[in-house]
Design a protein around this ligand. Structure first.
Ligand code: URA
Length: 448
C-alpha cells in the first residue's frame, strides 16, 4: 500500500477501505507517513467528505492507536455527556450530580478550556482542593461509591487524534464534519462509557453557526456511535448567546450551585433538564424524557441533586463549604459595569465575543500552556429580549490586577446589538437525533 494512492483515491472522491484507513493512521502514529502526505489527505477529506462506514473505520483506527479506559469494575451502564463547546456552558456541573442522584452512574473525562470556550476541568479546579488528576483505580472506586467521577484526561488515549488535530489546526482542516465527528467520538469511545448524550451547539458561540450544519455533525456522530456499540443521543441546542449569565470559572460554579438549589437562570436549568432527561432514558432509568424530567425536577426541588454535588466534591477532595456559601469560592477584587450605549431591547449577543472578553480578563487561555485566574470573568445583566436603558449595565466584569479591562469592556459592548423592537423568544432545542429521541416532556420550549 502507498500513501500516494490513498491521497489520490480520496482526491478523486472515492471511499477508502478499512484496511487503507488503518494503514494511514497506524503509519502516521509510528511516524512512517510524513505530515505533508497526511495534510494532503486531510484536505482531500475536507473537500470530498467521507461516508458513514469510512467515518466509523477512521474512529475505530483512532481509538486503537492508544489505550482505552477500563470501567469494567463499575456495575451498570456508564453514562457520559459531551458538549461541542460553548460560552458559559456549565451544564456538566449540574447534570452529573443530578443524574447520579437519579440512580445513574456518570463517569467522564473532561478537558481544559481553550480560546473563547471554557473547560469543565478548569471550572472544577476553581473549587479549593478539588482534585481532577485521579488514578484509574481512584476513578473506578469513586464511581462505585458516589456514582460520579469527572477527571482530567489521563493515559495515552487516542494519540492519533492528538497528532491529527495539531495538523488540522495548521492546515485549515478543522471544520470538516467527518474529521470532527471521528475526533470527538474516538475520545468518547476510548473513555469507556456505554452511553453518551452529545450537546451539539449551534449559533454565534459555537463551532457550527447554523443549526443545519450542527445537525449534519450530530447525525455523523450518532452514526459512528451506533456502529461502535455506543448508545448515543445528540441534541442540537442554541448557542446564540452565552448559556446562563456567568462566564468565568468560579462564577460558573456559583451559577451551577444556584440551579442545583432550584434557582438560577431559566435557560441553563432548561438545558440541564434536557440533557439529564436524555441520559436517564439512555441509562434505562426512565421510560421517556417526560417521565425523566419529572423525576429530575423532584430531585432538584428536594435538594437531592445538591446533596450529591456535596458528596462528589468531598470525594474529590474539594472544600464542601462552598456548597452552602459560594462566597468562599475565589473572588475577584474589582467589579466594573459595562454600560449600554443606547436604550432599547437586546437583539443579539455575540457569544464568542463574550467568551473572548472573559479570556482577556484571564478566565480562559489563548494557548494550551497559559495559566488562568479562577476568580475573574463576566456576568451578563442583560440577555436577548431584555429591555435596557441608555447607560444601564449590560454586563459586569469581575477583574483582578494586573489585567487592564479596557479591551474586554470594548469587546463586551460590541458583543451586544441593541434595537427598538423586542425580538421573539429564544428556542433552546432545535433537534434530537438518536436513541432517546422519542417521548414528550423535555421537548422544545420557548425561553425568555
Ligand atoms: N473538538 C474535538 O474534540 N475535535 C474536533 O475535531 C473539534 C472539536
Amino acid at each position: 500500500m502507498r500513501m500516494y494512492d490513498l491521497i489520490l483515491k480520496k482526491r478523486n472522491g472515492e471511499a477508502l477501505t478499512a484496511e487503507e484507513i488503518r494503514y494511514l493512521i497506524d503509519g502516521y502514529v509510528r511516524e512512517e507517513i510524513p505530515d505533508y502526505q497526511v495534510a494532503a489527505w486531510l484536505m482531500a477529506v475536507w473537500f470530498k467528505g467521507m461516508d458513514v462506514r469510512e467515518m466509523a473505520d477512521l474512529t475505530a483506527a483512532i481509538v486503537d492507536s492508544g489505550e482505552r479506559a477500563d470501567l469494567s469494575g463499575i456495575p451498570g451502564i456508564k453514562l457520559d455527556k459531551h458538549s461541542t463547546g460553548g460560552v458559559g456552558d456549565k451544564t456538566t456541573l449540574v447534570v452529573a450530580p443530578l443524574v447520579a442522584a437519579a440512580g445513574g452512574t456518570v463517569v467522564k473525562m473532561s478537558g481544559r478550556g481553550l480560546g473563547h470556550t471554557g473547560g469543565t476541568i478548569d471550572k472544577l479546579e476553581s473549587i479549593p482542593g478539588f482534585r481532577t488528576a485521579l488514578s484509574p483505580e481512584e476513578m473506578v472506586s469513586q464511581a462505585r461509591a458516589v456514582r460520579l467521577a469527572i477527571v482530567a484526561q489521563t493515559g495515552n488515549l487516542t494519540p492519533a487524534d492528538k497528532k491529527l488535530y495539531a495538523l488540522r489546526d495548521v492546515t485549515a482542516t478543522v471544520d470538516s464534519v467527518p474529521l470532527i465527528a471521528a475526533s470527538v467520538m474516538s475520545k468518547k469511545i476510548a473513555s469507556g462509557a456505554n452511553a453518551v448524550v452529545l450537546d451539539v451547539k449551534a449559533g454565534s458561540g459555537a463551532f457550527m453557526r447554523q443549526a443545519e450544519d450542527a445537525l449534519e455533525l450530530a447525525r455523523a456522530m450518532v452514526g459512528i456511535g451506533q456502529s461502535q456499540g455506543l448508545a448515543v443521543t445528540a441534541l442540537i441546542t442554541n448557542m446564540d448567546q452565552p448559556l446562563g449569565r456567568a462566564v468565568g470559572n468560579a462564577l460558573e460554579v456559583a451559577e451551577a450551585l444556584a440551579v442545583l438549589r432550584g434557582e438560577g437562570p431559566a435557560d441553563l436549568r432548561e438545558l440541564c433538564l434536557l440533557v439529564a432527561s436524555h441520559m436517564l432514558v439512555l441509562g434505562r432509568l426512565a421510560p421517556d424524557t417526560g417521565r425523566a424530567c419529572e423525576t429530575l425536577e423532584g430531585l432538584l426541588a428536594g435538594g437531592k441533586a445538591l446533596a450529591r454535588f456535596r458528596e462528589w466534591v468531598a470525594a474529590q477532595g474539594g472544600d464542601v463549604s462552598i456548597v452552602d456559601d459560594p462566597g468562599r469560592l475565589p473572588r475577584a477584587r474589582r467589579r466594573i459595569e459595562v454600560p449600554s450605549p443606547a436604550a432599547g431591547f437586546v437583539q443579539a449577543i455575540d457569544a464568542a465575543a463574550v467568551g473572548r472578553a472573559a479570556m482577556l480578563l484571564g478566565a480562559g487561555r489563548l494557548t494550551k500552556e497559559a495559566s488562568i485566574d479562577p476568580a475573574v470573568g463576566v456576568v451578563l445583566r442583560k440577555k436577548i429580549g431584555d429591555p435596557v436603558d441608555a447607560y444601564e449595565a449590560l454586563a459586569v466584569m469581575h477583574v483582578n490586577d494586573p489585567v487592564r479591562p479596557g479591551e474586554a469592556a470594548a469587546a463586551l459592548k460590541n458583543a451586544y446589538r441593541i434595537g427598538d423592537t423586542r425580538p421573539g423568544p429564544q428556542r433552546m432545542l432545535y433537534h434530537v437525533v438518536g436513541e432517546s429521541g422519542q417521548g414528550g416532556g423535555a421537548g422544545p420550549r420557548d425561553l425568555r
